[in-house]
Design a protein. Structure first.
Ligand SMILES: NC(=O)c1ccc[n+]([C@@H]2O[C@H](COP(=O)([O-])OP(=O)(O)OC[C@H]3O[C@@H](n4cnc5c(N)ncnc54)[C@H](OP(=O)(O)O)[C@@H]3O)[C@@H](O)[C@H]2O)c1
Length: 326
């Protein structure tokens, strides 16, 4: 079978190689799946570059979320062959391949309301958004939510989940075409970080109050702007550092303005509170069935375009999710 493999760290386009390798064998608690769709995530590029919190042994196949069809189940795995599931592959055997392995415990029924690419993209971005907005920030209807990189993968999910929670959503994006995407996603107000003054725009949109919740997958300057336009008792959810710059928060500033800085590592809930991850999956499935959320897939590319797709997501020039369909 064909699989993208990384033998050394570097830029995705340079270090990902499409190779012929034997089919993997499912071990105890594992499922062999045919990959129907694998969504590209920013961490795929970080994995290639050796900058992710997990460093799988070489050679590894990137691809951290997928929708697939179960072909065979290892000992103790319950899902029947033919089931359509969404799951996180068991690195070092990731999702950018024709077939791969997933832990049976992390495999969940793919929502019927979504096609394969949409279902693949419902997992990480939407689970992260749901835990960030509801569990960490306890967002309330009528509050104002500011989403950085609102046209991106996790950003677009947070915009839709914020609207579904009854919030007013301000989306920050880089460039005109992303601004159009953010409007189509449902943002009430869109701010272009390249041309607009983010702080002034948020103050104007909130009568000077500021945003109650900020969802920040970017860090760097995005975080610096967030603390300048966060409301009294506001909550900043630290989701990621796509800008490459990890902010150093001024705790004196959090004290004088009464705001909270909330860290979010969604993956930890898989071990710390797996029941909550399953409950979230059921909630997301129901929101998708009602049409309240629908992953925005900007591009569906063949397996041969995998490395290019990972590079482009890292370069910050894509919107929504780019999905590889082997
Ligand atoms: N905490 C968690 O549990 C968790 C879970 C999933 C993902 N994440 C993190 O969330 C972040 C977003 O992931 P994603 O897959 O959804 O990617 P993405 O948002 O689709 O892509 C990153 C976006 O960040 C913005 N950006 C700003 N400065 C950038 C720069 N210097 N280089 C590249 N992009 C820049 C760009 O949007 P604009 O041009 O519109 O600003 C770009 O489209 C990543 O840092 C990822 O590691 C965290």
């Amino acid at each position: 079978m064909k699989a993208w493999r990384v033998h050394r760290n570097g830029e995705p386009r340079e270090v990902m190689r499409l190779e012929d390798i034997p089919d993997p064998e499912p071990g105890p608690g594992e499922l062999l799946v045919r990959v129907r769709a694998a969504a590209v995530n920013f961490p795929d590029a970080l994995l290639c570059r050796g900058e992710y919190q997990v460093r799988p042994p070489f050679p590894f196949t990137p691809g951290v979320e997928l929708c697939g069809e179960v072909l065979a189940a290892g000992e103790g795995a319950e899902q029947a062959p033919g089931s359509r599931v969404i799951a996180q592959p068991a690195l070092p055997m990731g999702g950018f391949a024709e077939r791969t392995l997933v832990g049976a415990a992390t495999a969940r029924t793919a929502p019927e309301a979504l096609d394969d690419a949409e279902a693949a993209a419902l997992h990480i971005g939407y689970q992260t958004g749901w835990f960030g907005l509801h569990r960490r920030a306890r967002i309330q209807p009528g509050e104002t939510l500011l989403v950085h990189a609102a046209a991106g993968g996790v950003g677009s999910a947070a915009v839709q989940l914020g609207k579904a929670a009854g919030a007013r959503v301000i989306g920050v994006v880089g460039g005109e075409s992303k601004a159009r995407t953010a409007r189509e996603l449902g943002c009430d107000v869109v701010v272009d970080r390249r041309t607009d003054d983010i702080v002034a725009a948020v103050k104007e949109a909130t009568d000077g109050r500021g945003a109650d919740v900020v969802y920040d997958p970017v860090g760097g300057d995005a975080y610096a702007k967030a603390v300048k336009c966060i409301a009294f008792e506001g909550r900043i959810v630290v989701v990621g550092f796509a800008s490459g710059a990890v902010p150093t928060p001024g705790l004196n500033h959090a004290l004088i303005k009464n705001y909270s800085v909330l860290g979010l590592h969604w993956g930890l809930y898989n071990t710390k509170d797996p029941a909550a991850v399953q409950a979230c999956h059921e909630e997301l499935t129901s929101l998708a069935a009602d049409g309240a959320i629908k992953p925005y897939i900007s591009e569906r590319v063949p397996l041969t375009d995998g490395a290019n797709a990972v590079q482009r997501v890292f370069d910050g020039i894509t919107t929504g999710r780019v999905v590889v369909e082997p």
